[in-house]
Design a protein around this ligand. Structure first.
Ligand code: GRF
Length: 237
């Protein structure tokens, strides 16, 4: 049996996506991946409480208090010490040092609460994203999981899930609708990456669940789609 991929989750806030990953992977009998480390950008955040409750090791590395070179060195040392295979940015607000991105090339994912490449980039986080989406007049927003590059919200898109923008939506209501989808999309995307072949897995093909408010297709069917390189009814590439 293959050892589960060891996942580090980077977070700066409440950590509900971290929780979705822990719930999906950690109690499973033979998971494809397991959350083995939480890196928080400051003390006292919800993500740390969640790590503690789930008995997942955690550390605080505050980019505002560290010189960039020292931050990169410390991150790499911790990721190595915990034998991390995959990194997931789940609400991590700062740019990850280029050395770390390079080391985890093709093995680092980020989740963004809109359909990239729209409504992303530096300064586009939290309610700012949802406010901009509503102000633009688009009728569809969503969640995007993408590989991390050395620029904000760029890098190959791995998975997207559309969410309708409804008449009279407030940023808060839209955010809640998108977040619910994030919690389902992120574990499936991490699972797909964990199943990709090789020690440094190739990017999984982009896929998009094209049914508004529909349940996510089972991970099995996504894996089968990726393995056979063909689109099926529930995932189109
Ligand atoms: C999510 O909306 C995610 O897309 C964005 O930051 C938020 C983090 O929320 N990058 P949480 O900390 O996982 O609750």
């Amino acid at each position: 049996m293959r050892e589960p991929k060891r996942v580090a989750v980077f977070a700066s806030g409440g950590g509900t996506n971290l929780q979705a990953l822990i719930d999906h992977f950690n109690p499973a009998p033979a998971p494809a991946a397991r959350v083995e480390l939480v890196v928080a950008s400051r003390a006292g955040i919800g993500a740390l409480e969640r790590a503690e409750r789930a008995v997942v090791p955690f550390i605080v590395l505050d980019p505002r208090e560290m010189e960039p070179g020292a931050l990169a060195e410390r991150m790499l040392a911790e990721l190595e010490r915990h034998r991390i295979d995959l990194v997931v940015l789940a609400g991590w607000l700062q740019l990850v040092p280029a050395e770390v991105v390079a080391r985890f090339h093709g093995r680092m994912l980020n989740i963004h609460p809109a359909l990239l490449p729209g409504f992303g980039g530096q300064g586009m986080y939290g309610m700012r994203v949802h406010r901009a989406v509503i102000a633009s007049g688009v009728r569809v927003s969503g969640a995007t999981v993408h590989l991390v590059s050395d620029r904000y919200d760029e890098g190959r898109i791995v998975a997207q899930w559309p969410v309708p923008v409804l008449d009279g939506d407030t940023p808060e209501r839209l955010a809640a609708r998108v977040l619910a989808v994030e919690h389902r999309l992120l574990p499936v995307a991490v699972e797909a990456l964990a199943h990709a072949a090789g020690p440094a897995p190739a990017p999984v093909g982009p896929f998009c669940f094209d049914l508004l408010d529909a349940p996510a297709p089972p991970a099995e069917s996504i894996r089968a789609t990726l393995a056979h390189g063909a689109a099926d009814a529930s995932a189109t590439g």
